[in-house]
Design a protein around this ligand. Structure first.
Ligand code: SF4
Length: 224
């Protein structure tokens, strides 16, 4: 599909994101690939802050697959009661810890097929783990990235997969590794769902969203 941006404009968009956040990090709290995987599983339909609050104590008790499997579903459920869908998530976390112990020596596998075969792990979760823990150039399309892809007409698509493919096609090589975080954080803090904050947007001059209310880009500097 033809998009209304030149390659130069796309490169400039991601260059500016890279100046803002040279080394973007996940806002989920984790200490190793296992705690990252669990945090991402828990984050479906929950905020990162809410997940972090619940996992602080959970990960103190169990920060590896063997300890989590030993803890068991009932205790996991008690730890994560404050998170949406906690019953189902407790079941999945217990099962995924058991599977990691039984099939992967307690380690988180670094390939997509093995990750997606784990209980409660879909394409999006696998993409986040591959990107953050294994440094792969994956892009997990969450609600923010889906909105930005469509709103800005960078990668219009009816499904997350379509937006993912569209974005992976256009994002220039040096920016692929961190595009996932840049787009999420841009969507979370600036290009928000109900009312985008176009006055605070560093790509306001380049953006082709119909909803935008400002053409002047915000000053570009690293965000502490
Ligand atoms: S100008 Fe507005 S609509 Fe466009 S990316 Fe920035 S915040 Fe979003």
């Amino acid at each position: 599909m033809k998009i209304p941006y030149s390659q130069e404009e796309i490169t400039e968009i991601f260059r500016r994101f890279s100046v803002q956040r040279p080394e973007p990090v996940s806002e989920l709290a984790y200490t190793n690939p296992f705690t990252l995987l669990v945090a991402v599983v828990l984050s479906a339909q929950a905020t990162d802050a809410g997940v972090n609050k619940a996992t602080r104590e959970l990960f103190r008790v169990a920060d590896n697959a063997a300890a989590m499997a030993a803890l068991g579903e009932d205790a996991i459920r008690e730890h994560i009661r404050t998170i949406g869908l906690y019953r189902n998530k407790a079941k999945n976390v217990a099962a995924l810890a058991e599977t990691l112990v039984a099939q992967h020596g307690g380690e988180v596998p670094g390939d997509r097929a093995a990750l997606e075969a784990l209980p409660g792990v879909g394409r999006k979760t696998a993409s986040v783990v591959l990107n953050v823990a294994f440094g792969e150039e994956t892009l997990a399309v969450d609600t923010h990235i889906f909105r930005i892809g469509n709103r800005l007409k960078l990668a219009p698509g009816a499904t997350p997969e379509a937006v993912e493919q569209g974005l992976l096609r256009i994002i220039p090589q040096p920016y692929r590794r961190h595009a996932h975080h840049w787009l999420i954080l841009h969507g979370r803090y600036v290009c928000k769902a109900r009312k985008p904050d176009c006055e605070a947007c560093v790509i306001a001059d380049l953006c082709k969203a119909e909803i935008k209310t400002n053409d002047v880009p915000a000053p570009l500097h690293p965000i502490p």
